[in-house]
Design a protein around this ligand. Sequence first.
Ligand SMILES: [Zn+2]
Length: 444
Amino acid sequence: MRLWCERAILPGATLTRGVLIEINGDTGLIESVSAGAACPADAQVIDGVVLPGCANAHSHAFHRALRGRTHGGLGDFWTWRSQMYQVAARLDPSNYEALATAVFAEMVLAGYTVVGEFHYVHHDGDGRPYGDDAMERAIVTAAARAGIRLTLLDACYLNGGIGVALQEEQRRFCDGSAERWANRVSGLGSMTGPTVRIGSAIHSVRAVDPAACAEVAVFAKRHSMVLHAHVSEQPAENTACLDAYGKSPVAILAEADALSDRFTAVHATHLQPDDVAVLGRHHCVCCFCPTTERDLADGIGPSVDLLDSGAAICIGSDQHGVIDPFEEMRAVELNTRLSTLQRGNHSVPALFEMATMAGYRSLGWHGGALAPYQVADLVVIDDQRSPRFAGSDDESLVASLVFGGTSSDVRDVMVGGKWIVRSRVHQQVDAVAALSEAIGSVIR
Ligand SMILES: [Zn+2]
C-alpha cells in the first residue's frame, strides 16, 4: 500500500509536504518514507495532516463507566477508589468485553492507536480464577473488535495495603501469591499476535510486598516483557512505604531489580530527588496521566527533572474522564508552568514524542514515528475544516495541534496498515451505541 500525504509530521515534529509512505500489508509495518516525493499513480492521496498514532500507555478500560459520576463532589483518590470498586464488583467476562470494546473504540476515534491495559480484575467475585482466562480473553477480543493495538499488562495484586489484608472487594484482583500470578500469566502467551502483546505489572508497592515484587521482576525479565507499576501517585503511599520499610516506593522497586529501560513508573508524582535519579539511571519510562491526576487532586510530577535525569515520559488516560491525547500531551507542559511559574519547560517536539514514540516504547512496540520498520499506525487530522487550525501556517501548525488540537480533529486512523476510522466513522464498532449500552449494564 502506498500513501501520498499532502503534509505529514516526520520525526523531530517537522511538518513536511509531499510525503510518500509505503506500507507492507502483510507485516503491517512501514517500509519506506520519502519526503518531497511526487505522487505515484497508484497511491492513495491523503489530504490533511498525517501524524504517527498516539500511545495510551495507561488504561483501566472499565473506569470509563465512572465518567461524570465521580468528579463533581468532594472526596479524594481514596473516596474515588471505593466508587470504582463498586463497578469492578459488577464485571463479568461478557460485560467486561463489551465495555472494553466500546472504550477502545472511543480511543481509536480520538487518535490513540495502541493501549496499555493495566488489568487487575482477573478473578471472579469470590476470588476464584476463571479457568479459561476469560477476563484476559475479553480484553484481547475487545481490542481486536475495536481495531486498537494492545499490550495487556497483567497485574500482580496481593495485599490490601502494606501489612493490610485484602478487603472483600479486592479479592477478585488477587492470585494469592506471585508464583500463582506467574503461572497464570505464563499461560497467556497464545493470545499474542501481530497487534497483541502480553506485558506484566506490579499493581503498586501497596499491593505487592518487596519479595513478591522481586519475583514479578524476575518473571518479566525471563519472558522479555515490559513491566509497569503505579508509583507514588499519592503522598499516603510514600508515607506508608517509609513507615514500613524505611524506603520510598522507587527504592523498593530498585532493590527488587524491577527497574530497567523496559520498566514504566505510572504517575511518578510524589518523587524525592533520589527517586528521580534512580529512575533516570535505569532509563525508565514514566507515564503521566494529567487529566486523571488533576481530577483526583493527586499533584504534578517532576517532568523536567525526570527527563534531565535520563528517564522518558509518556502519557495515559488512566480513568478516562477525558480520552484525548492532545489534552494529555499539552497538560504535561501546562501543569509544569503552573507549578514552576515558568513557560517553555518542554518543547513541542518533546511533547509530541511523549504522546507517540515514548508510549510505544513503554508498551514494547517499535512505533510512534513515520519511519521505516515502525508499525504502520497513523492518524489524519482534518485541519482544513477545523476552526481550531484556521490561520495556521506550516510554521505554526504542529504547535497549534499540540496546544489547541482536540480528539474531534481526528478524521482517519490506521492501525497495522488497516484503516479503522474513515471520515470520523469507526469501521467496526458503533462507538456511541456500544458505550451507552455497555455503561448502562454496569451502572445501576
Ligand atoms: Zn492506574
